[in-house]
Every structure is written in structure tokens, then in C-alpha cells.
Ligand binder design. Structure first.
Ligand SMILES: [Zn+2]
Length: 203
């Protein structure tokens, strides 16, 4: 993740993607350099060129925007959607990218609700998480968490390692995020908290 070829290339290109306003050009660029996929989790809005008096009146029959991802799996499902729907009538195409995005959005909503419930005060119960991507020759990265009941700005001496005898990887991340929030701990990426950022070492 952090410093793979794709991640470096994505960081380098990310500001430029918005300059490309043709979707097919963007998708072919992403494909050509293996930079990832174009995902529209809420569907694509049609380009509107007919703004003017009364122009809204004729749009009631337009189909609802449907989610889209440019990855091969999603596009294959789209291309044989009518065949799939003969067997499973309500089937909607999905892929791991759309599933990931929905999961991430659920997490952000739950995290915001937890912060909201604390009425804008600094989180009393806080966790900070760190992820180190897999090293060369290793299958999994390392995911670790520290937590405190003394607020997110507490000095490092007030934090404890979560289940320090266990090794967590990216496969555990969502379950851990859920359980942090379910237990009332607001998760922060470690880089968001200057008082503890140095506690995690890259290696
Ligand atoms: Zn996809």
C-alpha cells in the first residue's frame, strides 16, 4: 500500500486525474499503467447540457444512476446482466472495489456518529491505528492499535497496546475498526495525532 509502485504512481497522478473529463480516456489511462479503477459507487450522473427554464420537467423518466466500477469483474457482470437476472431477478453487479467502498463509508458514518454522540468534545476513549504494508517476501502487512481512556491528545505514556500478544494483519482491519467503535473508542490514523505519531515505527 504505502510505497508500492501503484501507490507511488497514484500519488503522483491523483491531482491530474480530475483534469481528464472524458471517462473513457481516464479508464484507458488507468488500465494502461495499472493504476487502479474508476469507481462510481452511487452511479454516474448524466452530463446535463440543457439547463434552462423548464429543463427539469422532462427528466422524470430518466433511469436512476447505477453504481459502476471499471474493473474487469464488474464489467463482465454488466455485460451479461440480463442472463444473470433471468436466474436472479434483482441481481445488481458488484465487485470488491464497490464492496470495499461501501464498507469504508459505513465505517465513516459510524465513526461520525460516535464523535457526534460526544458532542464535539475531544474523544475521551480513543484508539490510534498503524498499518505497515507487507515486506518483500511476506504475504501480510502488520496492523497495530494503541488505545487510551485519557483523550486523543494524551501523551504516549497514557496509551496501551491493544492485545499486544497478538499479531494483526489487514485481514483483521474491518473487524478491529468495528469493535473499536462498538466499544466507544474513536479510531484515528496514528498520523492524525502528533502526540503519539512517533510511537509507531515503519519497520
Ligand atoms: Zn471493481
Amino acid at each position: 500500500m504505502a510505497d508500492t509502485f501503484n501507490a507511488i504512481a497514484q500519488r503522483k497522478w491523483i491531482d491530474k486525474f480530475t483534469l481528464i473529463n472524458d471517462e473513457n480516456t481516464l479508464i484507458s489511462l488507468l488500465d494502461r499503467f495499472d493504476l487502479g479503477y474508476l469507481i462510481s459507487p452511487d452511479g454516474k450522473l448524466k452530463q446535463r447540457t440543457d439547463f434552462g427554464l423548464g429543463s427539469d420537467l422532462d427528466h422524470e423518466d430518466e433511469p436512476e444512476p447505477e453504481p459502476f466500477c471499471s474493473c474487469g469483474s464488474f464489467r463482465r457482470q454488466q455485460s451479461c446482466l440480463s442472463a444473470i437476472r433471468r436466474e436472479i431477478p434483482d441481481y445488481e453487479p458488484c465487485c470488491k472495489h464497490i464492496a470495499w467502498f461501501k464498507r469504508f463509508r459505513d465505517y465513516l458514518v459510524k465513526r461520525s456518529q460516535l464523535i457526534e454522540a460526544q458532542r464535539g468534545h475531544n474523544a475521551t476513549k480513543a484508539t490510534a491505528w498503524f498499518y505497515a504494508p507487507p515486506e518483500i517476501g511476506q504475504e501480510h502487512g502488520r496492523f497495530s492499535i494503541i488505545f487510551t481512556k485519557h483523550g486523543q491528545n494524551a501523551p504516549i505514556t497514557k496509551w496501551q497496546q491493544y492485545r499486544s500478544d497478538e499479531v494483526f494483519t489487514e485481514d483483521d482491519a474491518w473487524d478491529l475498526f468495528d469493535s473499536m467503535i462498538d466499544n466507544g473508542y474513536v479510531p484515528f490514523p496514528h498520523t492524525a495525532l502528533p502526540s503519539i505519531a512517533h510511537a509507531f515505527k515503519q519497520s
